[in-house]
Ligand binder design. Sequence first.
Ligand SMILES: [Fe+2]
Length: 295
Amino acid sequence: MKSFFHENVLKEILKSEDDPQNINNFISKEDCNELLELRKSIKNKMVDREESTKVAFNFEQSDISKKLKKKVEEKIGEFYVNDFEPHFITTRFPLRLHVDTGKNPNDTIYKNVVIPLEFVYQNENENKKKPNTMIFKNKWYDRSALFTKKTSDNYDFIIKDSLGNFVDITNIHNFKKKIDEKENEEIVYEGNKFFVNKIFKDYITMLSKTKRYNIRTDKHIINKSNFDKNIYEKYMSHQPYEDCQGLELDKALEWNVGNLIYWDRIRIHSSDNFLKNNIFSKTAIALFTSKTRTN
Ligand SMILES: [Fe+2]
């Protein structure tokens, strides 16, 4: 089979493969707070959606970010960030099965790095469970992808209904058609209610013009073995069960504030279904690292 990555690049990628890691207390609470302050101070590099907010930063822009880069390099060795920029990500809906391998066959991709900074709970008085990143044994040596059997179109988005619940809209263009003529009224779409006003319409228009970074594919499914039902119920119920076919869990990496979490970028991974564990949102630093600079 022809590989997406160029031969020499693939060789280097294979050489650097290792087990996923989760290091406790990698940075202090004070450092986490300083990083959260840095996030707040960045106004112009934000991508804000209902289900997530991304804020990009540069390692050179402050003492705390410089210190962070140095510390991470002490653990994983020298690295570059070619793909996107270093960023803060706040997630309000669990990420589904995907891989962050990028789009450049010349990029010697290395580790996904995550440093959890803050969790917000729905109810402060309830049980406070930790979120997890689910790392599967399955690997993917192709471009960045989202894994699902629903590959008929590329226009699915997660949006909030009028009750505040996240809903999977499989075709944003169909949805847009349905609301185009509406003004300040509630509509029902596939059993879910949405209040349509100008802000909502502008948001849907913005989504409908969004270009996808990840391809949608079900080629991650290479055998008929069913995914472990207990693991599915415990962690993965935000993902259709059939999408997990053939996957085998390596580790559920528990998020603790200040941890350093990393795994090979060729690993299929996802968030756990943190919404059922009283978590409203979680914020972390995310880095897609590479071994060499491509830009
Ligand atoms: Fe990811």
